[in-house]
Design a protein around this ligand. Structure first.
Ligand code: NAI
Length: 216
């Protein structure tokens, strides 16, 4: 199998899309799927699907396609979500609480180990099955529960310092909701989620269709 580091980023992104689609198919009772069906569901060519999966070895059987459950297991293994990942949330505001309450993360292999905040007014409040904990508890929870992921949901001006605190506590990668570019030591992956950027992209795409510049 090729080293994970050499897999193109767009391919890795598509693996998550394949996995989600396969989980939907499995829920709908589908047991096998071929690359054309999988590609059609995601607006991709069957060649693209085969090329992406070929990075990781030979799956599927000529004429039959892929066993849905086998491919789900394989994709989870490749993505590293075949074992639970523990994550902490820092910032118990709107975003932090919404993520912590989102019950389906567990089913996708991500367990929230704790939610933290610096505001003494809200420390101790219940969020789902958690109580908001003080920042002083962060390193202990990260160490005890082998937490590898930090979800950063604090205001932009606090994001850099909190990200550094997460890394110092031992987390290995950060999902950043704050609209601020983080600078961390090499080897700490950061993935940023920004609704505004997505909405701007959508607004731009809609404007183009309204101008008649592109088709649907
Ligand atoms: P919020 O104001 O409701 O909550 C922020 C929480 O962070 C507060 O409870 C505050 O006490 C806590 N906090 C502040 N400084 C801290 C520190 N140094 N250590 C620990 N906790 C600290 O904010 P909201 O609405 O939940 O937004 C959170 C972040 O997400 C903001 O940066 C916001 O701009 C961003 N955001 C991102 C979106 C996205 O699509 N990624 C969408 C909306 C907001």
């Amino acid at each position: 199998m090729a080293g994970r580091g050499k897999i193109p980023r767009p391919t890795v992104k598509r693996l998550s899309l394949y996995l989600r689609e396969l989980e939907n198919q499995s829920t709908a009772g589908q047991t096998t799927i071929n690359s054309r069906q999988l590609g059609d569901a995601l607006d991709l060519t069957d060649a693209q699907v085969r090329k992406d999966l070929a990075y990781f070895g030979q799956f599927g059987h000529p004429g039959i396609g892929y066993q849905v459950l086998d491919l789900i297991a394989e994709l989870r293994r490749i993505l590293g979500t075949d074992h639970p990942w523990h994550a902490v949330v820092v910032g118990a505001g709107n975003i932090g609480r919404a993520v912590t309450r989102y019950g389906r993360l567990g089913g996708k292999g991500f367990e929230i180990a704790g939610i933290f905040d610096s505001d003494p007014e809200i420390i101790g409040e219940a969020v789902d099955r958690h109580r908001v904990r003080p920042m002083e508890d962060l390193a202990g929870v990260v160490g005890e529960q082998d937490v590898k992921i930090g979800l950063l949901a604090v205001p932009a001006e606090d994001a850099q310092l909190v990200a550094e605190a997460l890394v110092a506590a031992g987390v290995r990668g950060i999902l950043n909701f704050a609209p601020r570019r983080l600078v961390l030591k090499p080897g700490v992956p950061i993935v940023s989620v920004d609704l505004t950027v997505s909405l701007e992209q959508l607004a731009f795409a809609i404007s183009l269709t309204e101008d008649g510049a592109i088709d649907g």
